[in-house]
Design a protein around this ligand. Structure first.
Ligand SMILES: Cc1cc2nc3c(=O)[nH]c(=O)nc-3n(C[C@H](O)[C@H](O)[C@H](O)COP(=O)(O)OP(=O)(O)OC[C@H]3O[C@@H](n4cnc5c(N)ncnc54)[C@H](O)[C@@H]3O)c2cc1C
Length: 401
């Protein structure tokens, strides 16, 4: 079927099936070949290329699905969001360079922000004019976030902030930081926490990149040395920070990057296609050991899809996801880490004489394997998710005597 590059965005009343067809065709026609990780034409896209791509997706009605129309969104439901995510996942396109803005900062601003903050921030996030980073973790406050020390002291109409954040993804490119601070002492634990939207060019902010195992500098330490911001940078009431942070974390665990299961399936197709393209690797597909392991991945992806669909049904029915976000986080991270272990064991058999597709797969899955090591850490470690599931979903005792 031939499709115009810029067809009219379907009306919401046309229903999810029409939106799915539209999204599928638009993405297929418009995604540049060199941005497809499974293509021989692939080259790592620049930040500007990623920004332009995501801005064009927004213009085409494929971002801000559930955001109110008043702030640049489409005012649709999580069902249309899921429909688009499935199509996004089905293509090997780059990860969003603005997921912290679109999927964490945006939703929390919609919940606790003032009207001025919504007007100021939300349209810019969707149009890709502003990137955000998330300043929660500190050197002594990761899993136990309530131990954070970064202090905010009120001085008339301003706040003075001092402290340090760590592992702040995208800090070097961010225009704003979704910053969690405390107004009292560490002994207050989750009381007296306050969230801010801090412009990253405020004097006193210093970003020191950290290199990760894959050689990239995608996160950083961020130091706040007498950083002064106006009261209008405050997101929510003083003392509301903990509730806001928990909401951010439950979004991060349950609905952020909802396309994952479909992207894992796309990676599996890439891996199998690479094997089939090469006489030596294709023998692995007839080997019972690899067949069983690939079968396990297929089953886990199917279960993850079911979990995501159920979460969407529950949210659309007006339920709050709360601790159940930990089930999704635990499942996708463990499932993908195991899958990448399998992928690495296959692509480690690629030699300089292997097919071009196999060489491409080796590059892709080696990097993906390394990043998957972090998947059971960020957004809350596996051990912490197990703790939450045990205590808050299964109601098991905290201490076993
Ligand atoms: C790639 C990546 C990107 C990140 N991006 C960001 C970001 O943008 N913004 C941000 O704020 N943070 C970010 N983080 C930080 C991340 O949220 C923390 O690393 C995570 O919460 C764990 O905290 P920690 O590193 O301090 O480890 P710790 O909390 O010190 O944990 C160390 C070990 O102890 C275990 N442990 C801790 N408490 C318990 C417990 N109660 N029961 C059992 N075991 C426990 C943990 O599971 C872990 O194995 C990122 C991390 C990574 C890896």
């Amino acid at each position: 079927m031939h499709m115009d590059k810029n067809p009219a965005i379907p009306d919401a009343s046309a229903g999810p099936a029409v939106y799915r067809q539209y999204a599928r065709e638009w993405l297929r026609v418009n995604l540049p070949e060199h941005m497809r990780a499974d293509s021989l034409a692939y080259r790592t896209p620049t930040l500007d290329e990623c920004r332009d791509w995501e801005a064009s997706m927004y213009d085409a009605g494929l971002a801000g699905m559930t955001w109110p129309k008043a702030y640049g969104g489409l005012g649709l439901t999580l069902r249309e969001h899921l429909v688009v995510n499935k199509e996004v996942g089905a293509l090997a396109m780059p990860e969003s360079v603005s997921s912290i803005g679109k999927e964490l900062a945006g939703p929390i601003i919609q919940t606790v922000g003032t009207e001025e903050q919504k007007q100021l921030f939300l349209p810019r996030i969707l149009s890709m004019s502003n990137y955000w980073c998330q300043g929660f973790s500190e050197p002594d406050a990761g899993s136990d976030l309530a131990r954070l020390r970064t202090r905010a002291v009120q001085e008339g109409d301003t706040w003075r902030i001092n402290g340090q954040k760590i592992w702040t993804s995208g800090a070097a490119k961010a225009h704003y930081c979704l910053l969690l601070t405390r107004t009292g002492t560490v002994a207050d634990k989750h009381r007296g926490l306050l969230m801010f939207a801090v412009p990253m060019d405020t004097p006193g902010i210093r970003v020191v990149p950290i290199k990760s195992i894959d050689g990239k500098e995608s996160f950083a330490e961020v130091f706040f040395d007498n950083v002064v911001v106006p009261d209008s940078a405050r997101l929510g009431a003083p003392d509301e920070g903990w509730n806001a942070a928990i909401r951010v974390l439950s979004i991060e665990r349950a609905t952020n990057r909802m396309y994952r299961a479909w992207r894992f399936e796309c990676e599996l197709r890439q891996l199998v296609a690479a094997c089939k393209s090469d006489p030596e690797l294709s023998k692995l597909l007839d080997d019972g050991h690899y067949q069983r392991r690939i079968g396990d991945v297929v089953g886990e992806i199917a279960a993850l899809k079911g979990l995501v669909e159920r979460t969407v049904d529950q949210l659309v029915a007006g339920d709050r996801i709360g601790a159940r976000g930990s089930l999704t986080k635990l499942y996708w991270s463990e499932c993908h880490q195991a899958f990448m272990g399998l992928a690495l064991s296959i692509v480690s058999k690629v030699t300089p004489r292997s097919s071009a597709l196999a060489q491409r797969a080796r590059k892709h899955f080696t990097t993906a394997y390394l990043f998957a090591r972090a998947e059971t850490i960020y957004a809350g470690t596996t051990e912490v998710q197990l703790d939450i599931i045990a205590q808050r979903i299964m109601d098991l005792p905290k201490d076993i005597k």
